[in-house]
Design a protein around this ligand. Structure first.
Ligand SMILES: Cc1cc2nc3c(=O)[nH]c(=O)nc-3n(C[C@H](O)[C@H](O)[C@H](O)COP(=O)(O)OP(=O)(O)OC[C@H]3O[C@@H](n4cnc5c(N)ncnc54)[C@H](O)[C@@H]3O)c2cc1C
Length: 375
């Protein structure tokens, strides 16, 4: 791993889409003294997706005409080109990420779990406590993602349920019918996968995301999911139940009983599925950020912690005002914003970032992205 006595310029925590994409940006700037630490493997979260889950954002090799593949993490690469699939599975996408790491010779160390981060006087260097010893750095870029940090609370008995992120394959789950709590992307993904496996699914969501309209794709079901949902509902295997929240789950003989907010109860033979989202990995460094809410750290306009200078966030937890950078095509446009800050403080030329700007990979003017524009 890294030399204990040396101070790295930058440590990136996480070798997923965000960590690797940001690592490539450092490479393009000529910054060499950095490491990408991951507790598991390159693309580990994607490798843990349920086997049937596919990207909702489509991949298309359009680089020659100046448009980056929506799922590319860096310039001049394309998952559509390298794996030949429009909606990659997690395993396929992890293969693309390994290709990126190899091609750009990124300094990735796997099997290194970052346990805590602290900033130490007198030089204000960061000390990262890891499962393989301490590491020191001038800047820390947190790219730990969300998939490995499920949101399991929210109502009494939620711990009796199975979270979406704990499912390896929907085909392997037993039973004829499942109740699913949560009807956004992951809940509907679960329902259509169960329907495809010949099971039935009942989805509960008070807010009825399946009826939502608007322009921000982070708030809506993607067209890919909506199309799959329509045919699953037509097949009679998926039922959508909106308008009332699930307020509790308890055991009921060999099965489970869901309580709804109006006092109604629903009996389910099998363990209910929780599709209630994620809390995000940045909670490990919770005390180094001020927080907007449970999920979103407060960030400066450069995606730096508002209370710990030198600590930056990249990936789907990034939020600027009302703008949510939850998809790869959104959060990759902030890598250059963070890299620009680090390069300036390291006194490295930021000139290569002009190339990023020309190719829509440098989003520092957020006025383009008001709610009304479908950005
Ligand atoms: C089921 C699902 C489907 C999705 N579909 C899409 C889609 O179609 N299109 C899209 O754009 N986005 C999609 N997303 C959003 C997706 O999370 C992000 O796009 C992407 O995975 C985030 O990349 P990341 O690098 O931030 O996180 P991750 O890919 O989760 O990578 C984080 C890495 O950090 C490592 N790590 C975490 N904590 C530590 C630690 N303490 N120490 C060391 N290593 C650590 C993990 O092992 C992991 O490899 C989807 C998300 C989910 C969960």
């Amino acid at each position: 791993m890294t030399n204990r006595t040396r101070t790295l310029d930058v440590v990136i925590v996480g070798a997923g889409a965000a960590g690797l994409g940001f690592g490539v940006t450092l490479r393009h700037l000529g910054i060499e003294n950095f490491a990408i630490l991951d507790r598991a493997a390159i693309g580990a979260s994607f490798l843990r997706w349920p086997r049937q889950t596919r990207f909702i954002t489509p991949s298309f090799a359009s680089n020659q005409f100046g448009h980056l593949d929506l799922n590319a993490v860096c310039l001049e690469t394309s998952p559509a080109y390298s794996i030949g699939v429009e909606h990659p599975t997690g395993v396929e996408y992890a293969a693309y990420l390994r290709g990126v790491a190899e091609h750009f010779e990124l300094p990735v160390a796997t099997g290194v779990d970052v346990l805590s981060v602290a900033r130490r006087a007198p030089h204000n260097r960061f000390r990262l406590e890891t499962s393989r010893g301490d590491v020191r750095a001038r800047f820390v870029v947190w790219a730990g993602g969300e998939m490995q940090y499920p949101r399991t609370g929210g109502f009494h008995g939620a711990d009796l349920c199975l979270h979406y992120s704990g499912v390896t394959s929907w085909n392997d789950l037993g039973g004829h019918e499942r109740c699913i709590v949560g009807g956004a992307e992951s809940g509907i993904d679960a329902a259509v996968a169960l329907a495809a496996a010949g099971r039935r699914a009942v989805v509960f969501d008070r807010d009825e995301p399946w009826n939502r309209h608007g322009s921000d794709p982070s708030q809506l079901l993607s067209p890919f999911t909506r199309m799959r949902l329509n045919s699953a509902v037509d097949s009679g295997r998926v039922t959508l139940r909106g308008g009332r929240a699930v307020t509790g789950v308890r055991r009921n003989g060999n099965g489970y009983r869901l309580a709804l907010e109006d006092g109604d109860v629903i009996d389910c033979a099998e363990k209910p599925i929780l599709a209630t989202g994620f809390v995000g990995s940045a909670r490990i460094v919770r005390s180094l950020f001020d927080w907007h809410d449970e999920y979103s750290p407060l960030l400066t306009e450069n995606d730096e912690s508002t209370i710990t200078r030198g600590l930056f966030l990249v990936g789907p937890q990034v939020r600027q005002g009302n703008l949510v950078f939850c998809f790869i095509y959104k959060f990759r446009q902030r890598f250059a914003v963070v890299a620009n800050q680090i390069a300036r403080r390291l006194r490295v030329s930021t000139e290569p970032l002009e190339w990023y700007r020309r190719h829509g990979m440098y989003l520092d003017d957020l006025s383009c992205c008001e709610d009304a524009c479908a950005c």
